[in-house]
Design a protein around this ligand. Structure first.
Ligand code: SF4
Length: 326
């Protein structure tokens, strides 16, 4: 059983609700392995809640996504597209690129095959793949990983979605290709006015491309913050520890500041205390007496009972004695 909480908080952060509607915004969800960030993306996509213990709310244009069924759910899914981490694992190796790309157009939107192929070839051009008609006849093994991820992006945008879910879309690519794919994704997202939920474990990347970032730990959102402030002025000790643990290319001999203990998976999160307490240098008795709720602070949200006390003291830079205690 996967337990994911705080979706309601995220619904306010994701720019797909009328209350927070800013089409074209992008929100990152940053979390390490086991944080359930990818599980959250599946829930937003309208799948996966059957095997999850979920608290909170996901809304899209004012409608509760998890309460949708039948035609309403199918209509919602037509407005949401998803790009996965490993493109090769999400295409059928024995079907042509054209079949993969045009399937949603033909089956969900009843676009005739000829028109669907023409639109697919045009979209391939928009992601920088020339000779689109020939590419549509090729099989996945004939394309490189970077090219296949661009095919994924093109396929995702063909149905003209309003929300793009990108689950670590560059993790399986080399660094140069990562930069190319991110640039294409960012350009097209702006051009199409898409909202994007970007799942990543990389706070730096999140800060580079997303307006806001939600940080997840053990299946819970522990902080939502303007990305530009996340590193210099975090509101939660876990975010501060993550920032301190990142390598600094300007200091080659510096030892990395690891977070002590081991990360909890979503299904291990306690329901009577702060999930981060065993690893937190700021933990006090109060942290083990209750499960923190998200509170609003300085324009962001923090799931820390000591957030107000710690405000301004969560410097991400490690000192000789470790993080400062308050
Ligand atoms: S509630 Fe306590 S243990 Fe949890 S993050 Fe805040 S200070 Fe640390």
């Amino acid at each position: 059983m996967l337990a994911i909480t705080a979706l309601g908080d995220l619904a306010g952060a994701v720019p797909v609700t009328r209350s927070g509607a800013r089409p074209g915004d992008q929100v990152a969800v940053a979390g390490q392995l086991g944080s359930a960030a990818a599980g959250l993306a599946l829930l937003v996509a309208g799948v996966g809640e059957d095997n999850a213990e979920v608290a909170g709310l996901i809304t899209f244009d004012g409608s509760d996504v998890m309460a949708m069924s039948g035609a309403a759910l199918r209509g919602y899914r037509n407005q949401v597209a998803m790009i996965f981490q490993d493109p090769r694992a999400h295409v059928n190796p024995v079907r042509r690129i054209g079949d993969y790309m045009t399937e949603a157009l033909r089956t969900n939107l009843d676009v005739p095959a000829t028109a669907a192929n023409r639109r697919a070839a045009d979209m391939l051009g928009q992601v920088g793949i020339t000779d689109g008609e020939r590419r549509l006849r090729q099989y996945p093994h004939e394309l490189s990983g970077g090219m296949l991820q661009r095919v994924m992006i093109a396929a995702a945008l063909l149905t003209e979605p309003k929300l793009l879910l990108a689950d670590e879309p560059t993790t399986a690519l080399d660094v140069t290709t990562q930069a190319e794919v991110m640039a294409i994704l960012d350009d097209l997202r702006r051009e199409f006015g898409l909202a994007m939920l970007f799942i990543t474990h990389d706070l730096e990347l999140a800060a580079a491309i997303c307006d806001r970032t939600a940080v997840m730990y053990a299946g819970q959102i522990v902080e939502v913050r303007e990305s530009a402030l996340l590193h210099d002025d975090p509101l939660h000790p876990y975010t501060a520890a993550l920032s301190a643990a990142r390598p600094d290319i300007a200091q080659t001999a510096q030892r990395l500041a690891a977070i002590p203990g081991r990360p909890l998976s979503a299904f291990e999160a306690p329901d009577s205390e702060c999930a981060f307490a065993p690893r937190c240098p700021h933990a006090r008795d109060i942290c083990r007496a209750e499960t923190p709720e998200l509170i609003g602070l300085d324009g962001g949200l923090s799931r820390c009972v000591r957030a107000i006390d710690l405000r301004g003291h969560l410097t991400p830079e490690p000192t000789e004695d470790g993080p400062p205690h308050v």
